[in-house]
Design a binder for this molecule. Structure first.
Ligand code: PGA
Length: 251
């Protein structure tokens, strides 16, 4: 699974151009063994949805609120995302935690609401540089995972993707090594086994995010424990994004 997180980039015209080019590539190369999810800004969701209709490309949003409707100026509900054609929604991205005060608890509320609305959450977790240096990665992400998944049933967990995104690797050009990513993913699987079952842990979709680029993608995706990537900066250009998609089926 390769997810493009465009963050606050691309207006309507740029979004449509990107998808036109990507669509041509996906059709030409018959990309079927990777789930490709584009997460544009809200303002481009509907236009992108129209462009990708009937293709293998899927649509996701970058955030949503946990209420159904009402006096929440500036917020977007899960139902609204569904009505725009979204199948996925990124939740708890570290930039939302850092700039918009999101906590593990609000992430959990959003996860439950997204599942309730029939959306598939992509839950972002990851430690910051200080926590990384202090060797606190495991307790930090264990807490993030456990709280985010509170009350998520054994049935619903099949629709959840976990994205391990070490904050020190996001937008820094300093990716986790394949070995580090594999170690953390294995740790998360152990936790999922404890929380759910062996089978759920084995089938869980856990992707890595943080400075993925065409040069490091193949190595990062090589471990069977890493089920794909959440790509920020390198998803903004079709050429680099396509190279990253290619890294999945060159293995
Ligand atoms: P990056 O962002 O690829 O630019 O590091 C990843 C993310 O924030 O999802």
């Amino acid at each position: 699974m390769i997810i493009a997180n465009w963050k606050m980039n691309k207006g309507l015209v740029q979004s449509q151009q990107f998808v036109e080019e990507l669509k041509a590539y996906v059709e030409k190369h018959k990309v079927v063994n990777a789930d490709i999810v584009i997460c544009p800004p809200f303002t481009s969701l509907e236009a992108v949805s129209r462009k990708i209709a009937g293709t293998a490309i899927k649509l996701g949003a970058q955030n949503m609120f946990y209420q159904t409707a009402g006096p929440f100026t500036g917020e977007i509900s899960g139902g609204m995302l569904k009505s725009c054609g979204c199948e996925f929604v990124i939740l708890g991205h570290s930039e939302r935690r850092q700039h918009f005060g999101e906590t593990n608890l609000t992430v959990n509320k959003k996860v439950l609401k997204a599942l309730d609305e029939g959306l598939k959450p992509i839950i972002c977790i990851g430690e910051n540089l200080q926590e990384h240096d202090d060797k606190l990665t495991e307790p930090v992400i264990e807490e993030q995972l456990a709280v985010a998944l509170t009350h998520v049933s054994e049935v619903d967990i099949a629709n959840v993707t976990v994205a391990y995104e070490p904050i020190w690797a996001i937008g820094t050009g300093k990716n986790a090594t394949p070995h580090q990513a594999e170690g953390v993913h294995n740790f998360l699987r152990k936790k999922l086994k404890k929380m759910y079952s062996d089978e759920i842990s084995k089938n869980a979709r856990i992707v890595y995010g943080g400075s993925i680029n065409p040069e490091n993608a193949k190595e990062l995706f090589a471990s069977p424990s890493v089920n794909g990537g959440l790509v920020g900066g390198a998803s903004l250009e079709v050429e680099s994004f396509v190279k990253i998609i290619n890294s999945t089926h060159l293995i």
